[in-house]
Ligand binder design. Sequence first.
Ligand code: ATP
Length: 359
Amino acid sequence: MATYRIGVLQGDGIGPEVVPVAVEVADAAVRAAGLSVEWVDLPVGIAAYAQLGDTLPQYTVDALSTCHGWVLGPVEHHRYDPGRGMRNPSGTLRKLFDLYANERPARSLPGVPSRYAGVDLVVVRENTEGFYPDRNVLEGDAELRLTPDVVVSLRVVTRNACLRIARYAFELALRRADLRGRPGRVTAVHKANVLRRGDGLFLECCREVAAQFPSVGFDDLHVDAAAYFLVREPERFDVLVTTNLFGDILSDEAAGLVGSLGLAPSLNAGDRYAMAQAVHGSAPDIAGRGVANPAAEILSLAMLLGWLSRRHGDGAAAEAAARVEGAVCAVLQDGVRTPDLGGSCGTVELARAVRRRLG
Ligand code: ATP
């Protein structure tokens, strides 16, 4: 029986509500699939700062390097004070462990009230550079305040990062084509008409990789047009690949098309490690009330199990992932819903219903 070590970082806000119940669901599924997982609780975020004086203690980073993957709950990093050394664990972990691909699916789920039916797309977002000032310089910050009235923000785009994110998107499109029984399509989203050099390089790399995947369709859209078509006809998209900031924005938009942020999972993947992390933030407006939807965190863990299965050639991990997804869909179809979906069920109640479905 394969044993995996998976780190558990609860995070801030609704994190301590949704992460533990998601782990319970995933644990039930891995056991049912004949796997064993050692879940390793690790301090992070505001609780870690209060206890250990660090939002991302070195102890946590060292322990993660001995794990196969981990789940990170939401972090309320706009409350963190960089002046007191409070690092954003999310961005720092993505960079430290080279988790270069952020995969964010948006799919219409049966029984979930939403604006559109028939949406089944994935936003693949570059994670390690772009317009994120905490990722672009070795020391300090890539946003410079030159005078009280002038700020310069530096954006980094490299050929290596563009090529590997494009490859990730095309490989994903191939896998989805197999699953869905129809050819895949990758749409590169950019603003190369204005950001001629940075997005020009991104587009050039996407075209180069597209030529290596002749069975996958390829087109490209300016980011403004992509935002427009996402709202008008989201069913037309399969895999969208884009740079860091555009991907962040478009994936929240895509989550809104199919229901709620509470249903939007994501995976941050590199070649050696992967981190499950729901798209939503710490949701301070509902934290502590026991009403947050845990489905996004549960489905993110299913994505991590899917990644473990591909990385380690392990069919049982794929089976566990499929069990989790199947159970979440069945429960939602039964009408078990948290308030974000118009229901009245609580976080623990929904997770319990999913566990019961797992058998
Ligand atoms: P942060 O700054 O940490 O990103 P935020 O409030 O700006 O916090 P989100 O936390 O993503 O952004 O929340 C956006 C909205 O979606 C809020 O109204 C929040 O309550 C809701 N929301 C987010 N996650 C969930 C969830 N799991 N279940 C129910 N509602 C959620």
